[in-house]
Design a binder for this molecule. Structure first.
Ligand code: PLP
Length: 431
């Protein structure tokens, strides 16, 4: 066993996977990571959907290095730092219209906490509504609004004042062939929950515009429009958690752009700085003004190096038109995967937006989840030198979320490996 793996066993607390993947990563570039033995892997998971502009993107690294030579930390909410100001201005330009003020933190959960608190202060109300199957992070508030027992188990009881509504998961709904109806009915259920399951004191509804950990669930096109009607009726804010779906991942800079709805608060992290730790929530002036002196701070939040990296990252995305590239490559990947679906009945559904793609595996026509097969496919891909994720509420969704700079050739290599993995694990459709 390598020294690094042994030290992990002895000294590192690993609280997620049963066994950390037996790779010791040494370096990475673009869409490949290389282990200490020189074996190269094609990375189709991007460090959990983070390095959208590619591993060690030269422009991002150059900006971070230049900033590092000058200033690493200064307590960005007590003193001014140029990279924070420049990045906040850039966020105002790329965020949905009207969202012009940003608070920077370090990770997704921290930004979620800040957004929830802000929503309470602004509305003077206290409850939240979230989706079943959602994931918003591992801190107490974020887990309280997370609708996924797999992520919450053994940590409860959680915070009170949260009601959950069914996610617009058309494939497993009563309306699998009619996503619009699913969208309408799920918005109806939201209205019922507001009326009958809350005290009427609801500050915000929070949702991922494309659900990541829940299994790459893409809400029907009408869903957020229908939801917004309900929210407006009751004066409830809409928080869009774009921690995973943001920064070009889905083929738009932010996934909510697909829905023609503007959130009140946009939460981002992961892809914001191509791997440097940073998160943000961005909102309208009047909502931001609800934070009064003393209300909010983060010691490392708005770290100048992370902010400089984020600005270079966003400029790279704009220059290279990465969202459009993700949209185009994503169409190709999904078309190929649907071709495989015709041959293998274990593929229940292929879905996604841009390069945020999920392949849901099922055992039969009753849609019995096939989590062991999903793991077996991931393991086979690992042996073939391709990294993918596995997720979903039932652990049966293979997740394909590569860096958006991945080449068509690399994608085709990954698809061939996926076909081989499938042939190992699954029975053909008409066997
Ligand atoms: N929100 C969403 C949608 C996420 O996917 C995640 C992480 O996977 C988080 C929040 C939490 O982010 P972090 O792990 O950076 O705290």
């Amino acid at each position: 066993m390598s020294d690094t793996i042994q030290k992990y066993k002895d000294y590192v607390m690993t609280g997620f996977v049963k066994a950390v993947t037996p790779i010791v990563v040494d370096h990475a570039s673009g869409a490949t990571v290389t282990d200490v033995n020189g074996r190269e892997y094609l990375d189709c998971f991007a460090g959990i959907s983070v390095v959208n502009a590619g591993h060690c993107n030269p422009q991002v690294i150059a900006a971070a290095k230049a900033q590092m030579e000058k200033l690493v930390h200064c307590a960005s909410y007590i003193y001014h730092a140029r990279p924070v100001a420049d990045l906040a201005e850039k966020m105002a330009q790329i965020a949905p219209a009207g969202l012009t003020k940003t608070f920077f933190g370090n990770g997704g959960a921290e930004a979620i906490e800040g957004a929830l608190k802000l929503a309470r202060l602004y509305t003077g109300k206290h409850e939240f509504i979230a989706l079943q199957g959602s994931f918003h992070g591992r801190s107490f508030g974020a887990l309280s609004i997370t609708g996924n027992m797999g992520r919450k188990k053994r940590g409860g009881p959680y915070g009170a004042g949260v009601a959950f509504v069914p996610a617009p998961y058309a494939y497993r709904s009563q309306w699998p062939g009619d996503p619009e109806e699913c969208g309408r009915q799920c918005a109806h259920m939201l209205e019922d929950v507001v009326r009958f399951a809350t005290s009427g004191d609801v500050a915000a509804f929070i949702a991922e515009p494309v659900m990541g950990e829940g299994g790459i669930i893409v809400p029907p096109k009408n869903y957020f429009r229908e939801v917004k009607k309900v929210l407006d009726q009751f004066g409830i804010l809409f928080i869009a958690d774009e921690v995973q779906s943001g920064f070009g991942r889905t083929g738009k800079m932010f996934a909510i752009e697909y829905y023609g709805v503007t959130p009140d608060i946009l939460v981002t992290a992961k892809g914001i700085a191509d791997g440097f730790p940073l998160s943000a929530f961005t909102t309208r002036l009047e909502i931001a003004a609800a934070y009064k002196p003393g209300d909010h701070l983060s010691t490392f939040g708005g770290n100048p190096v992370s902010c400089a990296a984020a600005l270079a990252n966003i400029e790279f995305m704009e220059k290279e038109n990465l969202p459009a590239r993700a949209a185009e490559l994503g169409e190709h990947v999904m078309a190929e995967l649907r071709e495989l679906q015709r041959q293998h009945s274990i593929i229940g559904e292929v879905r996604g937006a841009g390069l945020m793609i999920g392949v849901e595996l099922v055992k039969d026509e009753k849609l019995t989840p096939a989590p062991l097969e999903a793991e077996a496919i991931r393991d086979s891909l690992l042996r073939q030198g391709v990294l993918v994720g596995v997720g979903g509420s039932y652990g049966n969704v293979v997740r394909f979320q590569p860096p958006l700079v991945i080449t068509r050739q690399q994608i085709d290599r990954a698809l061939n490996a996926f076909a081989a993995a499938l042939a190992e694990v699954a029975q053909p459709a008409h066997a």
